[in-house]
Structure formats: structure tokens, C-alpha cells
Design a protein around this ligand. Sequence first.
Ligand code: SAM
Ligand code: SF4
Length: 461
Amino acid sequence: MSGARKVHIKSFGCQMNVYDSQRMADTLAPGGFVETAHPEDADVVILNTCHIREKAAEKVYSEIGRIRVMKDEAAAQGRKMTIAVAGCVAQAEGAEIVRRAKAVDLVVGSQNYHRLPDMLARAENGERVVDTEFPADDKFAALAAPARAQIAKRGITAFVTVQEGCDKFCTFCVVPYTRGAEVSRSVAAIVAEVERLTDAGVREVTLIGQNVNGYHGLGEDGAPSTLGKLLRRLARIPGIARLRYTTSHSRDMDEDMVAAHADLPELMPFVHLPVQSGSDRMLAAMNRRHTARTYLDLVARMRAARPDLAFSSDFIVGFPGETEEDFRATLDLIETVGFAGAFTFAYSPRPGTPAADMDAQVPDAEKSERLQRLQALITAQQRRFNASFAGKRLDVLLEKPGRLSGQLAGKTPYLQAVQVMAPASLVGQVVPVTITELGTNSLFGELAERVEGPALSAAGA
Ligand code: SAM
Ligand code: SF4
């Protein structure tokens, strides 16, 4: 390949897809591809898809329709545009996509991104390429590392995938089928990646995995590690200001992880811990392997270890067989915990999962009604949580220019967005901020102390 060609990658769904999209861009960069935010200008458009709910998959087909119009316009100008579908819809539907959407040239499953340059070359020669095998080779080892300038351009926060796949088989979920069995990367590979990121100015790293606290990668001592040990190791890397991890399963939260929250100031006191339901009957039918009581006990143990810990969660309403009483048990659990936020979903049957064939599917109208009640409660809790910081000081990691001139935008330990008047030289620093105003989507604050620049990081310049 010669000269700079343009690739546009659009991510749907979870952070794992955002991370994978960046790795795809990094893998294509040595072949002369630069990223563009404008699909209409691109030589290659990659849709990195999500299959978690029905609507997510349908969105992909409507997006393909939109890109097809651009492909036709490019062809009219004598320019070739290649359309690739990646991610979980690609993994689940495979060749069905090229049958259903004639504009698609290439379908690549979530384990095969390192083979993209070769597949693209074949697609550009007119072949319609479908590759959704789960290969034995290590995708992570084969994927290209990002260049330093590329890391700096992406900002001072980064995701790092440490674990992929899931062995839990919740009865509603497609992940074990689309992402396969749990695989963990080695501690050495993760440390090397985080060191590369911090060298280029990254200050906050979020470790990601479908079941991240099930992490069991090979340790530097040759024995299997745990997420707690990995976090302790990463906290020692110079330049790391903040560590986060997502998404956890309550069943895999061991006592060392609880202790890590007490021991590591770098580990942010905000945990996404999906519970799905507060009804033990529903939790058993979902094969969640925890009860409302074991979840509440874990929350209490974690709060005892780190009193300023806040939780967010995922909830599904209208799982097959859910009664009003089951739903009320969910509301009760929410009242007991007091969440800082949550993702709330109406149950969506996914073909091939056990719950899709269960009797007593809940009518859509009932699901929407429960979803609204659930969302109202979560919104009220979120507002109360944000309001509890009015007039208080919070540490804010300043990330980028803010909305107004002279302002910087940053995040609190709880991922609340904050706008603060501060010099640009402070980007990349954690500064104490007094919260002065609560907006709908962000908080506003002022520097609580005079803080001297320049920023520690290269990215802050
Ligand atoms: N591994 C995580 C866990 O155990 O909770 C999250 C995986 S999934 C990518 C994110 C969320 O999507 C789930 O927690 C669940 O609330 C929701 N979800 C998954 N399958 C669903 C379905 N069939 N219908 C509605 N929501 C679903
Ligand atoms: Fe899906 Fe999460 Fe359950 Fe795994 S633990 S099957 S990813 S919901």
C-alpha cells in the first residue's frame, strides 16, 4: 500500500469495542492508513458492532444502509470504498451479513483483528471475505502497539483490555457465544502496554474485560495472577494517577480485591457492579450465581474497606417470568444500596440464549412501564449523589479544554464530568476542585488551591 489512505472506524456498544477499534487503527497504521472522522472521505469504513440487544444489531444494518449511499457516491466519483463489519454482530452472524447486505466487503470476528491488513487486501481485490473463526493464536500479541504520537492524540485516559470472553453463561446474554471462553493476558504484556501509555502521557487507565475480576493471567512469577495483584503491580508504574476496572461480577470479587480498594490510593472509589435484579427467583433464572443477600453483603464489605466507595450497576427489567413482586424486590435493593448511576435495560430475547425460549415472556408494555419506574428511581439517586458534593472538594483529573475559553474539562473519582476555570498547562494533573454548581450533565467548580503547572505529562503540553 502506498500513500496515506483513510480509515473510518465506528464503535457500537461497550468499551471493549472502543479499545478494539483503536487496536484495529494501530494495526492498519503501518500499512499507510490514517484515521478520519468522516466516513464519506474514507477508503475503508469499519463498523465495530455490538450484539447485546436486538436494537443494537438492527442499528448496524441501518448504519450499513447509510454507508452504502456514501459508497455509491464514491464509486460515482471513481473512488473505491471498502466496507467492513467487525465485532460481535460479525461474530454472531458471519456470512449472513454479506448475504443480507450486498455493500459489505468484509466480515471480521472479534478474535481476528490482527489479520485485518491481509483480509483488506483480499477484499480490495474483489473477494468477499468472511473470517469469524476463534483462532488459537494470541490476538493481543499479534496486534500492533500504538505509536507514541497516536497515544498522546487519544488523550490522557486509556482503556486496556486485560481479559476477554465469559464463562458465566447468564441465560439472557450472548457474550459467551460472541466473545468465547475467558482468556486473560499476561501481567508482563499488560505492564508493558501501560508503561507505553504512561510514557506517552496517559495518567488514567481503565482495565477492561467482560468479566474483568475473573482475570487470571500469567504473573511475572510464573504463577496465575488475580485482578487484585495486577492492580497492585500497575499502581507502581510511574505516571499512573488513576486506575479503574470494568465490568465486574460480584461472584468473582475476592477479598484481595476488597483489600486493594483500601490499600491503593490510585484505585478509584467507584465500582461498576452489575446486579441485574433484586429478586432471588429472577437471579436464579438468569443463572447469575449470586443472590440479593450475597450482593448486598459484598457492597457492605467493600464500603467497610473504603467508606467513600460509590457503586453503579446494570439492571434488566421484564426478564421472562418477572412479576410485580420480583420487580419491587429490585427497587428495594436499589433503595438499600443507593447507586451513583446505572444502565437500565428492558429484557431483549437473544436468539440462541436459554432465556429466549423461556415461557412467560413479559409483554413490551409492562417492560416499558417498569423501565420507566426503575429509571426514575436511578435518576433521583444519581441527582442526590451529585448534590452531596455541592460546596465540597473533589480531586479532578483535568483532561482537555472545556466548553468555554479558559475552562478545562475533567473527571472526579466518580467519573462525574467537571468544568473548571484553569490554565491549559494543568491538563494531565489531578487538582483539588470545590464544586460550586450542579448542571444536568456536568458539575462546575473552581480550583480549591493555587496549583502550579506545567503538567506532568507530554499530552498536557
Ligand atoms: N459482564 C457484565 C455483567 O456480568 O454484568 C456485563 C455484560 S453486558 C455487555 C452489559 C449489560 O447488558 C448486562 O449487564 C445486562 O444488564 C445487559 N444485557 C445483556 N444481555 C441483555 C439482554 N438480552 N437484554 C437486555 N439487557 C441485556
Ligand atoms: Fe454476559 Fe456478564 Fe453474564 Fe458473562 S457475566 S454471561 S458477560 S452478563
